[in-house]
Write a protein that binds this ligand. Structure first.
Ligand SMILES: NC(=O)CCC(=O)C(=O)O
Length: 284
């Protein structure tokens, strides 16, 4: 399975409309790939909390997913859209009622907000085939936990690549710090974990460590696509990486905007599990 990760750099100066146009051109330029992966919240801004209110959208007809559906269809490949600030129509009304400033909204109980950090997988015909609402929200009481609802569901999705079915497991950024999620994704059949991110530079060493740890401990391939650039007064860490099931780098990026591409051998994942059957020794 050939995968391209677009480690996108952006700044506060770029309009969302211009960024969507730029990203769709990058997606369309990824010829001869099976899957293209974008970073977390690349259109809304990973740390642009004050702008999230004007950039919240529905999966069904928001600008980000609508544009990427067409790009996926034009390319004829799966596109993991990274993630969006997903809001129900009712939540959008609430946001409007507060002048599009989510930070000015009363903090509703967790189960009632209707706003999530949602990743979206689009198939080669341009149809949404899976969504994953980020389970672990980053911010220690501010940012995501204050503004967004936590996802509840573990999501795996079978995709058809080269005449075979490959099972993707979906996670997002901060989720990397919770190995139990990846063990649950493994138990649900995951062969390749796809992890979009907006991970800042000061902690990028931990990002790199955990991407490799999840690949090694669960014997899964990992496609970890981070953000680059500087926005919302946050320097982003880059260092996206595509790993095989032994944690070996198939492709890796530095700190700049980069497209990294690799061929993931799905048979090699199962060969690794047979040759080094550590998972059979699980006792808990
Ligand atoms: N967007 C994120 O989830 C950031 C996570 C992060 O910076 C960390 O875990 O450290």
């Amino acid at each position: 399975m050939r995968v391209s990760g677009i480690q996108l750099a952006y700044t506060d100066d770029e309009s969302v409309e211009d960024r969507i146009t730029r990203v769709c051109a990058l997606v369309r330029a990824q010829h001869d790939v099976d899957l293209v992966v974008l970073p977390e919240l690349w259109s809304a801004g990973g740390f642009s909390y004050r702008e999230w209110g004007t950039r919240a959208e529905t999966v069904e007809d928001g600008p980000t997913v609508t544009a990427l559906k067409q790009a996926a269809k034009d390319l004829g490949a799966y596109v993991h859209a990274g993630s969006i600030i997903e809001a129900t129509p009712e939540a959008l009304d609430r946001i409007r009622a507060h002048g599009h400033d989510m930070t000015a909204m009363p903090v509703l109980p967790d189960g009632e907000r209707g706003i999530w950090n949602t990743s979206v997988l689009i198939d080669p015909t341009g149809e949404v085939v899976a969504t994953y609402r980020k389970i672990h929200r980053f911010g220690f009481g501010n940012g995501e936990p204050k503004l967004l609802e936590a996802g509840e569901d573990i999501v795996t999705v079978p995709i058809e690549v080269g005449g075979r079915t490959v099972t993707l497991g979906l996670a997002t950024c901060y989720d990397f710090r919770f190995p139990e999620l990846f063990r649950a994704l493994l138990d649900a059949g995951t062969e390749v974990a796809v992890v979009p991110a907006a991970w800042p530079a000061p902690r990028v060493r931990e990002w790199s460590l955990m991407a490799r740890a999840r690949a090694v401990e669960d014997e899964i391939a990992v496609v970890a696509v981070n953000t680059a650039g500087y926005h919302a007064r946050t320097q982003m860490g880059g260092h996206s990486v595509i790993l095989d099931a032994s944690g070996t780098e198939l492709a890796q990026a530095g700190v700049d905007e980069t497209v990294l591409t690799a061929d993931i051998d799905i048979d090699a994942i199962h060969a690794r599990r047979a040759a080094f059957p550590v998972l059979r020794d699980r006792r808990l």
